[in-house]
Design a binder for this molecule. Structure first.
Ligand code: MN
Length: 484
């Protein structure tokens, strides 16, 4: 294709707080009966006064810091005026210029390369209510969502490929979760994207003279489909020599197809003005430092740590995304006593077996009952030749399918119960070896010509003993008996 996309994103994020942005009504409205989590403020009744939610502001500052933003010294709220049934006051309390943070960036990785995507602004506002259009020309409105704290972030038009946008969306979602700003569960509407996309001929400088806006994208996979659809559609128009006008388009369905909604000649006039019911808020330097210190390890730091542990990029990224999996890896690594040189690869291997079993049982990693101590015990059991790798898999399977509480001791219990440990009694091993030699006279007769014969015999000892003879031991005993 001779074109390349130019993309900017706007992201809305519901902040994880108990109560709403400007009142004490509860904010965790998901799955609750409509219009039960409301009060005069979220309902926009005359005379109701907004009181800002301190925790929401702190979480927004913390996220802004994690996104490398400059924090504004005195923040203010503003009224953004527009009329819509899901906005009972006729305005949204938002922030226009004295907002929480500016000029940040997110570092994304594309293969071995990394790039910075600039964040233009980050501000706080309140969510709107939810309209439901029923079949018979009726619209129902649920005000539970009205007033839920939101963070809005706007990027610069820095993205030049679909891949970059997807890498950013995933990394941002990780940062948001790591800083506990939001659970960012997209199917619950906790994170929503708005796309600004245009295309230009490769090699040309500057931004295209139009942009197409697509609102309300509620999943990363739909975001990908919409971008691919728009790139194709816009390329088709430019190829025909048509001029593309700036416009807002909506999603037709989940296939990513978009439909024309309205043309956009100039930006909307929201007649912003300062919210008179909320005084300016000074963000003290000590508060900023306190919040900065509360930020723990961030996703890219965690990824670098895993790469330093010799994990592959794929595994490192997987552990960064699945926080609980990464945490279990970390907890298991702490038990390492330095005996095994490449202990980390043993942990990764064990976690991958565990993960496969959990997937089959349709369970998430956080539901795994396998305790780090038990994981460590299995690794050491294999390393010290006390148990065969297939037996370890069996133990993990058994724990996942029969236990629910996460605690240590299951491994020892199951190894004992199922008699899975390698046999230590020499005479018992000799019995198996004797039997195998007796049953395989033909193989033994041409053992000098067949390089695989010994391996085969070891396998037979394993089969007869149901994996309970250490294969090295079996080989040693066979060689001894056969005079090799
Ligand atoms: Mn907004």
């Amino acid at each position: 294709m001779k074109y390349k996309p130019v993309v900017g994103l706007e992201i809305h994020l519901q902040v994880k707080t108990k109560t709403k942005m400007f009142s004490r009504a509860r904010a965790d409205y998901f799955n609750e009966a409509p219009n039960t989590f409301i009060d005069p403020v979220s309902f926009g009744l005359p005379g109701a006064l907004p009181v800002p939610n301190k925790l929401a502001i702190e979480k927004a500052i913390k996220l802004a810091l994690a996104l490398n933003c400059e924090i504004t010294e005195v923040v203010r709220f503003d009224r953004k005026n527009y009329f819509y049934p899901d906005l009972p006051k006729g305005y949204q309390i938002s922030q226009f210029d004295n907002l929480i943070g500016r000029n940040g960036y997110v570092e994304i990785d594309i293969g071995d390369d990394s790039r910075r995507i600039r964040i233009n602004r980050l501000h706080i506002e309140e969510d709107t209510a939810k309209s439901m259009h029923s079949g018979d020309n009726e619209t129902l409105i649920d005000y539970n969502k009205s007033g839920v704290p939101l963070i809005e972030m706007v990027t610069e038009p820095d993205f030049e490929s679909v891949e970059e946008v997807l890498a950013f969306a995933k990394r941002l979602r990780q940062i948001v979760r790591y800083t506990d700003t939001s659970d960012a569960e997209m199917q619950k509407g906790q994170m929503r994207f708005e796309l600004n996309i245009s295309i230009k001929e490769k090699g040309t400088k500057g931004l295209p003279n139009y942009k197409v806006e697509v609102k309300n994208i509620g999943s990363i996979s739909v975001l990908e489909k919409v971008m691919n659809f728009e790139i194709e559609r816009q390329a088709g128009l430019l190829d025909k020599g048509e001029e593309i006008k700036s416009q807002t388009r909506g999603l037709k369905d989940m296939t990513g197809e978009t439909l024309f909604q309205r043309s956009k000649e100039s930006s909307d006039d929201y007649r912003y003005f300062p919210e008179p019911d909320i005084p300016p808020i000074k963000i003290e330097k000590t508060i900023i430092e306190k919040l900065r210190n509360e930020i723990g390890e961030l996703p890219n730091e965690r990824k670098n740590r895993y790469i330093a542990d010799n994990l592959s990029i794929e595994v490192a990224e997987n552990y960064v995304e699945d926080i609980e999996k990464g945490n279990e890896y970390d907890r298991t690594m702490k038990l390492h006593d330095g005996k095994i040189l490449d202990y980390s690869s043993h942990v990764v291997n064990m976690i991958s077996i565990e993960s496969g079993i959990l997937d089959k049982e349709k369970k998430s990693f956080s539901e795994s009952p396998l305790h780090p101590k038990d994981r460590h015990e299995l690794i050491m059991g294999i390393y010290n030749k006390q148990i065969a790798p297939p037996s370890a898999t069996m133990v993990i399977k058994e724990i996942i399918s029969t236990k629910s509480e996460k605690k240590s001791g299951y491994v020892a219990e199951i190894i004992k119960e199922k008699d899975l440990a390698f046999i230590e009694d020499e005479s018992e091993i000799d019995e198996f070896v004797k039997k195998v030699i007796k049953e395989n006279e033909k193989v033994i007769s041409d053992i000098s010509k067949n390089p695989n014969a010994l391996k085969f015999l070891v396998g037979q000892v394993m089969r007869l003993s149901k994996g309970r003879v250490n294969p090295n031991k079996a080989e040693e005993k066979l060689k001894e008996s056969l005079g090799l």
